[in-house]
Design a protein around this ligand. Structure first.
Ligand code: HEM
Length: 492
């Protein structure tokens, strides 16, 4: 008897859940797959990071770029329509991140990436000068020095056999970000135990899995699973490393007797290691920044400042591995800039002159955007390019799919850097660094780092294709299930 009662209750609740989905779908003029009771369309998206990319693609193909979906009871709109992106990204109100970013909070707290409102505004204003080009210029010798360490490591691997470059470049990128904006050397490239990089990958996989899979999203379920223990273990490594970086810089400032930012306290422009020193020494709204807030920002910038550029450099080298002709054009441009003095470090002005290399990087970021999707919370009923998107929706913008759309790019899957030498492209057709108020604060930093590193590789090696194609995987950052393999042989 009791079984029948339970079954009857379940059926009634399932019908109510289904009716509630049907009534919610009427609030918008968007279409999407029919949701199931309780889980919505969760069964479609609770897949591995490679399949996830394919499912997003299939959904947008079927529903013409903008789709209504439900993860459990939560309403999502998935779009790769540049008009929708423009409507959202140019809004000064729609600046709050979507629900998925809460899964990053155990790691990044409320740093610049995840925060919103007054806290985000104050920190963004305060940290922006740390990425002024006067400051960036000081980082160039650091990128060149670490690039030489990379060159020496790659020399040992340049025998024409396949090598997965993602983990190698992750260590370079980690050295670059900590030595530049944190002012602390962690010497990751020479470290034989890259725990930090492995912990980043572990936490990225777990948090992105929670973003995709409504069945493990709730804390009550997640906390019972082995993922929680794995996440705690990785967070210990990550937070331990950030605390080490902070205390090491604090110690240096103490030894040098520096207690404030001096005459340039308002901007920090003359300050060489401006980012972490700004956090440690400056005041926001008349108060020193709390230790907790400093840790959140250091975690945020350590992650955003190394994993994104790792992916960017990796996929750029992968694209070049398939195109010897384009490598040669990059090499010719390098020769024309250095003249007889080939092999010395470039100046900041010379980096700006690397126009062809820049178009190569832009084209590889088009095909392989380091941050393939982002999410915004739609706080008010909104009309986005003719779509009615109700308050409370999470809007997912799919840059990967958008930037491979044949309606926006001729022969979209072809690697053709010349596209970016042409003038006047629509700014909302190319969004690897996002746009608007919450665009990437590290864009110029990243471009300089990628240019220095890719030039260093092209100038010293010929890059050949491996027989193994990367299987794209989205775990916060664009990675690959089977590594990103290329072959290298020495130039000459
Ligand atoms: C190829 C390299 C990079 C790419 C493609 C990239 C891309 C992006 C994208 C798409 C966003 C928006 C994320 C969102 O709205 O959820 C973003 C935000 C951000 N990026 Fe980058 N990024 C790169 C490098 C960097 C570097 C080198 C740094 C720091 C040194 C950095 C720091 C940040 C921060 C702090 C934010 C949050 C900004 C805010 O919300 O105000 N990024 N980036």
């Amino acid at each position: 008897m009791i079984v029948y009662v339970i079954l009857a209750v379940l059926v009634i609740v399932a019908v109510l859940s289904w009716l509630s989905f049907m009534s919610d779908r009427k609030k918008t003029n968007l279409r999407g797959p029919v949701p199931y009771p309780f889980i919505g369309n969760g069964h479609l998206l609770a897949v591995d990071p490679c399949e996830f990319i394919k499912v997003l693609h299939r959904l947008q193909e079927e529903y013409e770029d903008t789709v209504l979906i439900y993860l459990a009871s939560r309403r999502y709109v998935l779009s790769s329509d540049p008009r929708v992106a423009e409507a959202v990204l140019t809004s000064n109100e729609l600046i709050t991140k979507g629900n998925s970013y809460t899964f990053l909070q155990p790691w990044l707290g409320n740093g610049l990436l995840t925060s919103t409102g007054q806290k985000w505004k104050a920190h963004r204003k305060f940290l922006t000068p740390a990425f002024h080009f006067n400051i960036l210029q000081n980082f160039l010798p650091i990128f060149c020095k670490n690039g030489r360490v990379l060159r020496n490591k790659l020399s040992g691997l340049a025998d024409g056999s396949s090598v997965d470059i993602f983990p190698i470049l992750a260590l370079l990128a980690l050295d670059n970000v900590t030595e530049s904006i944190m002012g602390v050397s962690v010497n990751a490239q020479n470290d034989q135990h890259p725990e930090y990089v492995q912990a980043v990958e572990a936490v990225s996989q777990i948090s992105s899995m929670r973003m995709r899979n409504p069945f493990v999203a709730p804390d009550a379920v997640f906390n019972l699973l082995p993922y929680k223990t794995a996440q705690d273990k990785a967070l210990k490594v990550l937070h331990g490393q950030t605390m080490k970086v902070i205390s090491s810089r604090k110690e240096e400032l103490r030894k040098s007797n520096i207690t404030d930012l001096g005459p340039n306290a308002d901007t920090g422009i003359k300050n060489k290691h401006a980012f972490l020193d700004l956090l440690l020494l400056a005041e926001v709204d008349g108060r020193k920044i709390s230790d907790e807030n400093i840790r959140e920002e250091v975690d945020t910038f350590m992650f955003e400042g190394h994993d994104t550029t790792t992916s960017g450099i990796t996929y750029c080298l992968y694209c070049l591995s398939n195109r010897e002709d384009i490598q040669e054009k990059v090499f010719m441009e390098q020769k024309s800039i250095y003249g007889d003095d080939f092999g010395r470090d470039p100046t900041y002005a010379e980096i700006q002159k690397m126009r062809y290399l820049e178009s190569v990087i832009k084209e590889s970021l088009r095909l392989y955007p380091s941050v393939p999707i982002i999410e915004r919370a739609i706080a008010e009923d909104s009309d986005l390019a003719g779509y009615h998107v109700p308050k409370g929706t999470n809007l997912v913008l799919d840059f990967l799919n958008m930037q491979r759309n044949a309606a926006l790019y001729e022969d979209p899957l072809e690697f053709r850097p010349e596209r970016f030498l042409e003038v006047s492209r629509n700014a909302f057709h190319w969004l690897p660094f996002n746009a608007g108020a919450r665009n990437c604060i590290g864009q110029k930093f990243a471009m300089m780092e990628i240019k220095v590193t890719v030039a260093m590789v092209v100038n010293n090696f010929k890059i050949l294709p491996s027989s193994e194609e990367p299987e794209l995987a989205s775990t916060l950052i664009l990675r690959s299930r089977n590594g990103v393999n290329i072959k290298l042989i020495p130039r000459k």
